[in-house]
Design a protein around this ligand. Structure first.
Ligand SMILES: [Zn+2]
Length: 413
């Protein structure tokens, strides 16, 4: 790793090493010193110093394990959080909360489908309701928790601002509204690629050198993990495949532009197209449009999957071009990134093997030298709990949220 050479770099070399090391640990949850040295090209002396500092801040725990009676003891470093914490995550159409203890073991989890949230006050009320159920279920009261990490499906667009293509009410000013509604200190977390990190952890050992996760959910993205680190890009906007324009005059996207992949293929986009089509003409379909209008996009997609399996003509006509667009997306990721492995997830495709298979089949026409390379393409295996655990780990490290300030004068570098 090269130390920063420009004075405009916002992180010092020592902070950068710390971030790289912690990020690697979050991507694995636990690792040995030699695994870190191998993957990160950081001298063992620096690793030991940074790990001791992270231990002092109660963000890392050291464990010595002996393999067999005569084996040399092996030291493993594991991510932890200073105290018990509740994590609450908003996607566009679902809110989930889970309580983790200091060793990141899940004490309880609760989720709720959302149809429409109009304001941060509305969103805070949903979380309050969810917390009431969760505390009753687990016997852990709000006073037993140090804070609530509120994770929003959004991206940082600068040092202090962020925007969300799936949560129109969300911005950086919502924290006091949640504080007041919940009676608990709330910290806003905008984690980078938590789903891809959770998928990476769920892969079998040895971990691949590079992995991409195609996520088709309330949003669409393709984040890459290379040698245990997510690829952020210079503005933490890498992996936003969902906002690649595929039809310049297509439907309006939550990002404000038109014809993005996400505006065609996300759960809410598909749900909207299905309802519109059924309103125009419901011939050949068993679906009740009035029922779908009252359901969250997650529920609509589930109903569409069931109908598709029974040969529903309207759903088939909607899904065939969708498979082709997602196959194009899969080809694009592979051609751009050349990852060793691709996982596919998100509620639009999870537990729908025939849809994943169709996308995989169609993708061969888009993959460069597809017949000559072996890329493992598999359905994702991470659970919601895994994703929330990644967010909990991340929330312990506020520096992780800093983005590097854009270089004001690249020519001077
Ligand atoms: Zn967009």
């Amino acid at each position: 790793m090269r130390p920063p050479t420009s004075s405009s770099d916002s992180l010092s070399f020592s902070k950068l090493s710390e971030r790289v090391i912690f990020e690697f640990l979050v991507s694995r949850m636990r690792a040995t010193l030699s695994q870190m040295a191998d993957h990160l090209d950081i001298p063992t002396s620096t690793l030991s110093r940074v790990l001791s500092e992270l231990e002092d801040r109660q963000m890392v725990a050291r464990r010595t394990e002996r393999s067999g009676r005569r084996g040399r003891p092996e030291v493993t470093f594991q991510v932890r959080i200073p105290s018990r914490k509740v994590v609450c995550q908003f996607d566009g159409s679902q809110v989930t909360a889970a309580i983790f203890d200091h060793e990141l073991r899940c004490i309880g989890q609760q989720g709720e489908g959302l149809i429409r949230i109009d304001s941060p006050e509305d969103a805070a009320r949903q979380v309050d309701k969810l917390l009431r159920i969760l505390t009753e279920k687990t016997g852990v009261s709000r006073t037993d928790m140090s804070s609530l990490a509120l994770s929003l499906n959004a991206v940082w667009t600068g040092r202090n601002t962020f925007s969300s293509s799936v949560l129109p009410w969300a911005d950086q000013t919502v924290t006091p509204i949640f504080d007041k509604a919940l009676g608990l200190p709330v910290e806003l977390v905008v984690p980078f690629a938590p789903r891809a990190m959770a998928e990476y952890q769920a892969l079998s050992v040895p971990f691949p050198d590079s992995m991409a996760h195609l996520l088709v959910d309330d949003g669409v993205s393709a984040h890459c993990i290379v040698r245990g680190r997510p690829l952020r890009g210079s503005s933490s906007l890498a992996g936003e495949l969902g906002h690649v324009t595929i039809t310049p005059d297509g439907p309006t996207c939550g990002c404000g532009r038109r014809g993005c992949l996400e505006a065609w293929c996300s759960g809410p986009a598909l749900s909207r197209q299905l309802i519109e089509q059924l309103r125009r003409d419901r011939a050949g379909s068993s679906l009740e449009v009035e029922q779908l209008e009252e359901s969250s996009p997650r529920r609509v997609i589930q109903r569409a999957w069931e109908a598709w399996q029974q040969g529903d003509e309207v759903v088939k006509n909607l899904m065939e071009p969708t498979f082709n667009r997602l196959a194009w997306a899969l080809g694009a990721i592979i051609n751009f990134m050349d990852p060793q492995q691709v996982t596919i997830g998100g509620y639009v495709l999870v537990n729908k093997p025939a849809w994943v298979e169709r996308i995989r089949e169609l993708s061969t026409q888009y993959i460069l030298r597809g017949d000559k390379r072996s890329i493992l393409i598999e359905p994702g295996r991470a659970t919601r709990e895994d994703e929330l655990r990644v967010i909990a780990a991340w929330s312990a490290y506020p520096q992780m949220l800093e983005t590097r300030a854009p270089n004001a004068n690249p020519a001077a570098d």
